[in-house]
Ligand binder design. Structure first.
Ligand SMILES: Nc1ncnc2c1ncn2[C@@H]1O[C@H](COP(=O)(O)OP(=O)(O)OP(=O)(O)O)[C@@H](O)[C@H]1O
Length: 280
């Protein structure tokens, strides 16, 4: 979708290009400036699933917020399918899902999923058809007329994922979307997410604290280090690029090898200093 006067989405371009991006937060009275990101370079290809992992405060959320146009870099440049984050936001090039499902409590599940489509002027019949399809995909077709507070946390998160996919974005930005869920629900949603991504061919940038989650979901895992926030290593997972994952993968030798590789990259020889990363 293109807003008048803006360049069209370049579907041949990378989903996200981050070039020499730094973000420094201004100094408070007592402390000096915080270098949240320092000269970060990252390319996410169209259709690629990339996770960001690293110790607490290493700049994962900051990087995601810059891509989502919720903040601006101090230096460097970012493009989303060849256009600025602002142009991409106006063109609805990406969907967002955060740890809090962020549903509107006074709207039904269906109306929550339809919301971004309504804001974009999609007709009523098409909105309804798209919402029903998406609710089917996340296994909530029977709950379309329920209100969010009638659903469990996991179900609410599935509604949020359906809503993020409503506009068929070519890119999804997800910040710990499964962080508050129990382990079984989390694993089920991980499988569902890879299935939906394989179907829609959406690229994903996914922030997580869990090494196994990053490995299970991703084509590549970007390991970051804190203060200043930098990319320490990129681990190529190679468990089947762009393909839906099955639960059985969690018993696979290649999966364990990738978990070990990411853990080693994270710890960098100083395990005691890594805070805020789950090894389970
Ligand atoms: N608005 C802000 N003002 C000042 N400092 C900020 C702001 N946002 C983030 N920071 C600082 O930037 C650094 C990176 O924060 P960010 O939230 O991106 O880290 P993170 O890797 O997502 O952390 P976590 O894993 O704990 O969620 C931290 O030191 C944080 O205190």
């Amino acid at each position: 979708m293109t807003t008048p006067g803006e360049p069209p989405t370049d579907q041949r371009a990378a989903a996200v290009e981050v070039r020499s991006v730094s973000r420094v937060f201004g100094s408070g009275r007592q402390a000096g400036p915080v270098v949240a990101l320092d000269e970060v370079d990252l390319t996410v290809a169209a259709g690629e699933f990339v996770s960001l992992i690293g110790p607490s405060g290493c700049g994962k959320s900051t990087l995601l917020r810059l891509v989502a146009d919720l903040d601006t870099p101090t230096a460097g440049s970012i493009t989303v399918f060849g256009r600025s984050p602002e142009q991409a936001r106006l063109a609805h090039d990406y969907g967002i899902a955060f740890q809090q499902a962020g549903l509107l409590p006074w709207r039904t599940v269906r109306a929550n999923v339809e919301l971004p489509l309504g804001l974009h002027g999609t007709g009523r019949a098409e909105r309804r058809a798209r919402a029903e399809h998406l609710l089917e995909l996340v296994g909530l077709a029977d709950f379309a007329d329920h209100f969010p507070d009638q659903l469990s946390g996991g179900m609410q998160q599935r509604v949020a994922i359906a809503r993020a996919f409503a506009e068929e974005p070519s890119l999804l930005l997800m910040d710990e979307p499964f962080g508050a869920l129990d382990e079984m629900t989390r694993e089920r949603l991980q499988v569902e997410l890879t299935r939906i991504c394989a179907q829609t061919r959406a690229a994903v940038v996914f922030v997580t604290h869990s090494i196994p989650e990053a490995v299970f979901l991703s084509d590549r895992v970007v390991v970051m280090s804190a203060r200043p926030g930098r990319i320490q290593q990129v681990v190529d997972v190679r468990l089947g690029a762009g393909a839906a994952r099955e639960d059985t993968l969690r018993q696979d030798g290649a999966y364990f090898d990738a978990v070990t590789e990411v853990r080693a990259a994270l710890h960098g020889g100083e395990p005691a200093r890594v805070v805020g990363v789950e090894n389970r």
